[in-house]
Design a binder for this molecule. Sequence first.
Ligand code: URA
Length: 435
Amino acid sequence: MRTVDLILKKKQGKELSKEEINFFIDSIMDRSMPDYQISAFLMAVCFQGMTDLETSYLTEAMVKSGSFVDQSKLPKGVLDKHSTGGVGDKITLTLTPILAACGIPCLKLSGRALGHTGGTIDKLESIPGFNTDCQIDDMISQVKQINLAIGAQTKGLTPADGILYALRDVTGTVDNVSLIASSVISKKIASGAENIVLDVKCGNGAFMKEPQDAARLARLMVEIGKHLGRKVIAVITSMNEPLGRAVGNSLEVIEACEFLKGNCKDGEVYELTFELAILTLLQYGICADRETAHAHIEDLINSGKALDKFKELVKAQGGDAEALVDYSKLPTASKTVEVKAEKDGYVENIDAYKVALACKLLGAGREKKTDAIDLSVGVYLNKKSGERVNKGEVLYTIYSNNDAKTQQCKELCDEAYEIATGQPTKKPLIYEIVQ
Ligand code: URA
């Protein structure tokens, strides 16, 4: 088999066989396929697509590219959750402590910020001392003790994804349904997750811009996961506007803590955390119906058990749990700039992509995996879609360490905010549940 023939076959839109896809992954792993050929192949996939069968072969080949966790070593019913990437998405921090407090073992492998999207690992690293570079065996022991561990993707699991993802990021080939599905599901299979909860983002701040693409991605991931013997729920959610009010690493940790303390009773963080938690509690048979599940989650929050679980996680991974109460212990930006509304009206929309770029410009995100990031900076959206705003009221707040960047950030955020005269109709956050 010759690599160039695989590229040509895909370029012509033909379906690759299992042997050909295995050959592709093997050639990546033994380094016989140079980056330029891998990149050409990825671009051909982006233009021609892959069938569901090809995607399923690709996923299995990626799982086999490295070691995988022996499921018999894991607690029964272990769960992993994954978002396909968004702006202001702190749902891992709000959801997993609740599920763990309900008795569900959560072993979560997370990523860092890449492209314009944020990453859970960076958010957690804004908690002083928090270690995300964990060995999988240590994570398993921790899950057995406290039902929760969150760490960075370990090198031994799905190394083919590591190589492909880094190349996709710099060759404009991230946003393909088959490449995303195989990347996400291969990692979840390798980490031994029995139950997988997927948040498939859709909108201008997501990799999938169109609802039909997000729907195909969700269905494909659910099908492949089920075919490989896992229970999968996917929820397709809007990413046209940042999720919640905070965008930026330590700012998002604060918003997550406020939610877990019961100080956030509406908005997207509340709605999505509750929806994912309710679906999971029903799937595990912990609650019989939505109302009971809702009340159970409320109780965990109001009693402080959900926040206590987050503190346990932080302590178990070497972090300072006091920082979840005393926010001055988190990285804090030197400058806070409140930007006020110039006219009366209602917030019609806040462009998620522009806010993401503004935060990245401040230093909250990275261009390359190796770039250092500033965990203290970001934007807090004081006013969100549908809310009334009067001239002179604070629209949003910039947390920055650099005056020139603050100004550029303000220009982008001003463009992101759309103010209308009439009250806009509420846009749905949750589009569809696929299971
Ligand atoms: N998240 C992943 O892990 N992989 C992708 O390709 C996109 C989002």
